[in-house]
Design a protein around this ligand. Structure first.
Ligand code: SIN
Length: 279
C-alpha cells in the first residue's frame, strides 16, 4: 500500500509501499512526483537498487548531471560514491548547501542511496529554504528579491576545496585545482518552476558575495540568511540504513551531512539530475 508519512513540519516525507527498481505504474510515479514537490525531501526504505536502477529512478526526475570533482563509478559516470572510511575524520557535504550552485545550471534533484551505514550517527539534516523565505519580513523579502548571488566552488569560507577534499581518502577526488573557475550568478530568491513558490538560494559555503557588492559588504547578510534558513523549525533529519534512498529538491532545500561517526564506515551512491537555470 502506497503511503506518505511527513517527517517534520516544514519538509520531508517517508514514502512506503513501493519497490522502485520494479515500479512501472505511471500513476504511482506521478504520486511520487507530487510528493517530491509537496515535501521537497522524500525518503524510501529498503530499496535494492543496483546502479542501473538508480539511473532509471533518477531519469524520472531529470537528465543525469556530472559532478566536476569526483570520478564516477566504473560504467556509471554520473554516479559517484560518497565514502568516509573508519579511519577518516573529514566527511563530504558536511556544511549547509544546495548542490553545485556554482554551476550555471545546477541539478534540480539529488538522489542518495545508502550502501553501508554506521550503527548510529551519519544522519543528514535538511532545511526548507521555501519556509525560510516565507518567514521573512516584507522588508527583508523586498531586499533579497533584488539580490543576485555570486556562487563559487572554491569553498572560500571552508578553507578551500583542495584542502577539504584531499582529506577525504575514501573517494576518487580529482580536479580540485579548477574549483575557482566554477562561478555562477543566481537570484538569491529563486522561483520554483513547478510550484511557483519562492525560496532562498544562498549559502555560506558557496555564495561568496552579492553582485555589485564587495565580499565584506555581503558577508553579514549571507551569514544572517544562512542562520535564518537553518532554524530548527525549518529542518528535518534523515536517518539512514542500507537501502534507504532519499531524493531532495535542490531548488528549495539545503542539506548538511552530520560528521558524528568517526571509527565507522559510511558509503552512499549519489546521482544528480535535471540541470536547470535558477530564475
Ligand atoms: C551531499 O552533500 O551530497 C552528501 C550528503 C550526505 O552524504 O549525507
Amino acid at each position: 500500500m502506497f503511503t506518505i508519512t511527513p517527517l517534520a513540519g516544514a519538509l520531508g516525507a517517508e514514502i512506503g509501499g513501493v519497490a522502485l527498481a520494479t515500479l512501472r505504474d505511471e500513476q504511482t510515479w506521478q504520486e511520487i512526483h507530487r510528493a517530491f514537490l509537496d515535501h521537497s525531501v522524500i525518503v524510501f526504505r529498503d530499496q535494492a537498487l543496483a546502479p542501473e536502477h538508480l539511473m532509471r529512478v533518477g531519469a524520472r526526475f531529470g537528465e543525469p548531471c556530472f559532478y566536476p570533482f569526483v570520478a564516477g563509478m566504473e560504467g556509471y559516470p554520473y554516479i559517484f560514491e560518497v565514502v568516509k572510511e573508519a579511519e577518516e575524520t573529514k566527511n563530504f557535504g558536511g556544511n549547509w548547501h544546495s548542490d553545485t550552485t556554482y554551476l550555471k545550471q545546477p541539478p534540480l534533484a539529488t538522489l542518495l542511496h545508502a550502501v553501508e551505514t554506521p550503527t548510529h550517527g551519519g544522519d543528514t539534516l535538511f532545511s526548507s529554504t521555501r519556509a525560510a523565505y516565507d518567514a521573512l519580513s516584507e522588508g527583508m523579502r523586498r531586499m533579497v528579491d533584488g539580490l543576485v548571488g555570486v556562487n563559487s566552488a572554491a569553498l572560500k569560507y571552508g578553507g578551500g576545496r583542495t584542502t577539504m577534499h584531499k582529506n577525504i581518502g575514501g573517494m576518487k577526488v580529482h580536479d580540485t585545482d579548477s574549483a575557482g573557475q566554477y562561478e555562477a550568478e543566481h537570484p538569491v530568491a529563486r522561483t520554483h518552476p513547478e510550484t511557483g513558490r519562492k525560496a532562498l538560494y544562498v549559502s555560506r559555503g558557496h555564495t561568496i558575495r552579492f553582485k555589485d557588492m564587495s565580499e565584506d559588504e555581503s558577508h553579514p547578510l549571507i551569514e544572517w540568511l544562512q542562520a535564518h534558513q537553518t532554524r530548527p523549525e525549518f529542518t528535518c533529519r534523515v536517518r539512514w540504513a542500507p537501502g534507504t534512498l532519499t531524493v531532495w529538491d535542490n531548488r528549495c532545500t539545503q542539506h548538511n551531512a552530520i560528521n558524528d561517526y568517526h571509527g565507522q564506515r559510511r558509503r552512499m551512491r549519489r546521482l544528480t539530475v535535471g540541470a536547470q537555470t535558477p530564475l
